[in-house]
Design a protein around this ligand. Structure first.
Ligand SMILES: [Zn+2]
Length: 91
């Protein structure tokens, strides 16, 4: 079982959460070019190592959070609320 510490609820079983993707900055759709918009929508780094991800605590507080997780060991070294004004994969 993997524990994911929700910033509002505390450590919870990861089954309570929904993975929402790697965290990346959303470009302004009015000013970005099609190549950058396509990268934002479809390109993923998918590293074998530390990554920043957005998760939804669907069976708890219903809030989005950002987790720093090692994709090989599933170690979670930090979780925090999404940055104001973006940075989350889903908003
Ligand atoms: Zn929560």
């Amino acid at each position: 079982m993997m524990l994911l510490p929700c910033p509002w609820c505390g450590p919870r079983n990861a089954a309570e959460f929904r993975y929402a993707g790697e965290t990346k900055a959303r470009p302004d759709p009015d000013t970005t070019d099609p190549h950058r918009w396509r990268d934002y929508l479809y390109a993923r780094r998918n590293p074998a190592g530390w990554t920043r991800e957005t998760w939804l605590h669907r069976a708890g507080c219903g809030r989005y959070l950002v987790a720093e997780r090692h994709t090989v060991t599933n170690e979670v070294r930090a979780t925090h609320p999404p940055a104001a004004g973006g940075g989350g994969a889903a908003s």
